[in-house]
Design a protein around this ligand. Structure first.
Ligand SMILES: NC(=O)c1ccc[n+]([C@@H]2O[C@H](COP(=O)([O-])OP(=O)(O)OC[C@H]3O[C@@H](n4cnc5c(N)ncnc54)[C@H](O)[C@@H]3O)[C@@H](O)[C@H]2O)c1
Length: 252
């Protein structure tokens, strides 16, 4: 059997660092050709993939701008001859200060919705015509396990990721006839660069790890296999599903 993602052409948004960069690197190791997209410069992360022998392109794009999303998809088609997969990973998360619902600035609420909800919609919208040209495709939405349990301090973020799950379920009713699948992956707290830079995380990490069935810190690489499965032909009849990846912390 060949590698799981052999020849798949996949765009990962928010791939300059953290989970997105780890996904792109992992997919390339499974034979995919990857576009690393980010509003920050994704080129260093793309170069790391190429240094390991992978095929990778960095594209600077803001997911809140439809024109940027269309340019990102066009770059993937131009570089690799088509598009088979999209991971909607870009989001405002690690940089969001913890704030109770009555402390969140309405402007920040709107910005979180723009990046975390409108962004995945615009990227999916831009990707669909290219996936149709490729004969079908797979979209993976990155949510969070927080939406299945309820936690204080990030109502804007939790609302945005709940919307992502709802979009997954409604999108499949529109995209199934185009042979496009959509699934959600819901990570637990993951030690990405952004999270590690948060104040107090080192002190909280042991308690979070102990709350899991698999009692250790979650790392970005833990998301690679589950996302790759949804992007692969092995998940050819799997759509509209959500998979928690958090070491058994929250069960839904
Ligand atoms: N790390 C965690 O604990 C955790 C847990 C559950 C879910 N998630 C989700 O996983 C994903 C990645 O998390 P992470 O920890 O690697 O986050 P991160 O903050 O380190 O990375 C997010 C990336 O998105 C990019 N980005 C932000 N706004 C953008 C925009 N407008 N257009 C394009 N790119 C933009 C950032 O530049 C950054 O590179 C996010 O969707 C996050 O919500 C993370």
């Amino acid at each position: 059997m060949g590698r799981l993602l052999n020849g798949k052409r996949i765009v990962v948004t928010g791939a300059a660092q953290g989970i997105g960069a780890a996904l792109a690197e992992g997919f390339a190791g499974m034979g995919a050709k990857v576009v690393l997209s980010d509003v920050a410069d994704p080129e260093p992360a793309a170069q790391r993939v190429r240094d390991q022998g992978g095929e990778a392109l960095g594209v600077k794009a803001d997911v809140t701008e439809l024109a940027d999303c269309e340019r990102m998809v066009a770059a993937a088609e131009k570089a690799f001859g088509g598009l088979d997969g999209l991971v909607n990973n870009a989001a405002l998360f690690a940089t969001l200060p913890i704030a109770m619902q009555d402390e969140i600035e309405p402007e920040l609420w709107d910005r979180v919705m723009a990046v975390n909800v409108k962004g995945p919609w615009l990227c999916s919208r831009a990707a669909v015509p290219a996936m149709v040209r490729a004969g079908g495709g797979s979209i993976v939405m990155i949510a969070t396990n927080r939406i299945f349990h309820g936690f204080p301090g990030m109502l804007h973020y939790d609302a945005s990721k709940g919307a992502v799950l709802a979009m997954t379920r409604s999108l499949i009713r529109e995209l199934g006839s185009k042979n496009i699948r959509v699934n959600t992956v819901a990570p637990g707290l993951t030690m990405s660069e952004g999270v590690l830079a948060r104040e107090g995380i080192a002190e909280r990490a042991p308690e979070i790890a102990a709350s899991r069935s698999l009692a250790r810190n979650q790392v970005p690489e833990d998301l690679v296999g589950p996302c790759a499965f949804f992007l692969s032909d092995q998940a050819g009849f799997v759509t509209g599903q959500s998979l928690g990846v958090d070491g058994g912390g929250v069960i839904h």
